[in-house]
Design a protein around this ligand. Structure first.
Ligand code: PLP
Length: 500
């Protein structure tokens, strides 16, 4: 739409009062949506007509107006999320979000500052948030840090720092094209998939990732790691980084972070800890002991959008020395040079010099507001409660004759499965049939909207996996899960293929 003088239609509202009324409606209906989340199914499949409407719409060259598009959102988009704000969502590892932080995201969008740096309050807010995070994780006040989009990005940046600091040559200048020894990084077979991606992305190559075996409790075998490092050095390679995990994605195991710190010190390797969700155990005195030694890391990566309960996306990189970040990422560009006064004074491009992005959003605001509004002790209490819920669920599984724990549940993840109680004269399902039965139970839990765990395979056995990073879950939700698994298992049990 254009005006008579060929002026484009303004992107600001033409009628601010009408816009205010619509915006108020959006806000009111959003608050109802959050308040009533428990009454909705955890997840519902998209009807074919919704899928079609969202997939094949022609490019909207002419606008429909704000009100019409909001109606479309209400009918096509809002009813069909993956469900992670629901009290009975425990799939993969996803946070719930909070109403306070949702509003903070809105306020941040309204301000819309560029937090690459510059002389402005949002930069100080993010610096403050980084300092608080360092304190929570037991890092010194001189630590450096930056907020990024997620655990993957936080870990990738950390590995880039490790490479720059511990390669033994200047990777920024020389790259990895030279004749230097092969750089190797050590982590357990249970490390999250980011590491494979990162080794490929950073030009180290997948073979630079040395996969170290784990003990029965899924923590890394530190002696085996030490032996691999010794052998690799003898073969002329350069071990440069040791990675420990605080809370593995599969079972919630935490490596011996003290022993790994000692090993890294002995071997003069960079010590990185992936604490994507597990690092948050540090927030409660009840669970902090599980991540002992994490504070000795040279770099630590963790999400706030998983077990920090904040909305996507926000994660943190911390480095023991701030210079480690600037050594790796700072750039000098004429168009970004600092002045002694004005908008680019003092702080320069503080955050663009500590990461890979130049223009950055004000994601720090939701952290700053949530921490101040609820207090980090309250967040810690929710984390401790999630651990208690996991332990209670594990006990309920062990106590039930038709359920079986598939892995230890030290933190907030429970892997279990349904195993029909043997009746005299009826054959027990074989291994493949048991896997198929549990897959079907999982899918029915999701499709019936009862709850959303996810699935995994541990030691060749399919397990229903419950990862609790949810401040809305209550004891009754886990009772409902157990009840439903047993009920669906019972319904299906007879019809499943069994060994003759
Ligand atoms: C989720 C996860 C990651 C990746 O974090 P994203 O925020 O999904 O990018 C890395 N490591 C572990 C242990 C995780 O659980």
């Amino acid at each position: 739409m254009t005006t008579a003088h060929n002026e484009p239609a303004p992107l600001d509202p033409q009628d601010w009062d009408a816009y205010r009324a619509l915006a108020h409606r959006m806000l009111d209906e959003s608050i109802d949506y959050l308040r009533d989340v428990r009454e909705r199914p955890t997840w519902r499949p998209m009807p074919a007509e919704v899928r079609a409407a969202l997939s094949n719409e022609p490019l909207p060259r002419a606008g429909r107006g704000d009100a019409a598009v909001y109606e479309d959102f209400l009918h096509l988009v809002r009813p069909y999320p993956n469900g992670n704000i629901h009290p009975r969502f425990w799939g993969w590892v996803m946070g719930t979000g909070t109403p306070q932080a949702a509003m903070a995201d809105f306020l941040s969008s309204v301000m819309n500052p560029n937090v690459g740096g510059l002389e402005q309050s949002p930069v100080l807010v993010e610096k403050q948030v980084v300092k608080w995070c360092a304190e929570l994780m037991g890092f010194p006040p001189t630590a450096g840090g930056i907020l990024v989009s997620g655990g993957t990005m936080a870990n990738v940046l950390s590995l880039a720092v490790a490479r720059q600091r511990a390669a033994g040559f200047d990777v920024r200048t020389e790259g990895l094209q030279g004749t230097h020894p092969k750089l190797l990084v050590y982590a357990s077979t249970e490390v999250h998939g980011w590491l494979k991606k990162a080794c490929e992305f950073l030009g180290l190559g997948n073979t630079a990732f040395r996969r170290v075996p784990v003990h029965a409790d899924f923590t890394v075998d530190v002696d085996a790691m030490a032996a691999m490092i010794r052998d690799d050095r003898a073969a002329g390679h350069r071990p440069f980084c040791i990675i420990g995990t605080a809370g593995t994605v599969q079972t919630g195991a935490t490596d011996d972070l003290v022993a790994l710190a000692d090993l890294a010190a002995r071997e003069q390797c960079w010590y990185h800890v992936d604490g994507a969700f597990g690092a948050m155990a540090a927030l409660s005195p009840e669970t902090a002991g599980q991540v002992r030694g994490m504070d000795r890391a040279d770099s630590l990566a963790f999400d706030l959008h998983k077990w920090g309960y904040l909305p996507f996306d926000v994660a943190v990189v911390l480095t023991r020395e701030d210079a480690a970040l600037t050594d790796t990422f700072s750039m000098q560009a004429a168009y970004l040079a600092s002045e002694s006064r004005g908008i680019i004074a003092q702080t320069g491009i503080h955050f663009a010099d500590r990461g890979i992005e130049l223009t950055r959003s004000f994601k720090a605001l939701k952290v700053w507001m949530q921490f101040r509004a609820s207090g980090t002790d309250t967040l810690g209490a929710h984390i401790a409660r999630n651990v208690q819920q996991a332990h209670a669920l594990a006990r309920a599984v062990e106590a039930h004759p038709a359920l079986e724990l598939v892995a230890p549940a030290p933190l907030n993840i429970v892997n279990f499965r349904y195993v029909p109680v043997a009746e005299p004269g009826t054959p027990q399902p074989d291994a493949a049939a048991l896997d198929a039965l549990n897959r079907e139970i999982l899918i029915q839990l999701q499709e019936r909207g009862i709850a959303v765990p996810s699935g995994t395979t541990i030691h060749g056995r399919f397990a229903i996996r419950v990862a609790i990073t949810n401040h809305r879950s209550r004891a009754e939700d886990f009772d409902a899960l157990v009840e439903a698994v047993v009920a669906i298992g019972g319904e299906l049990g007879g019809g499943m293929p069994t060994r003759a």
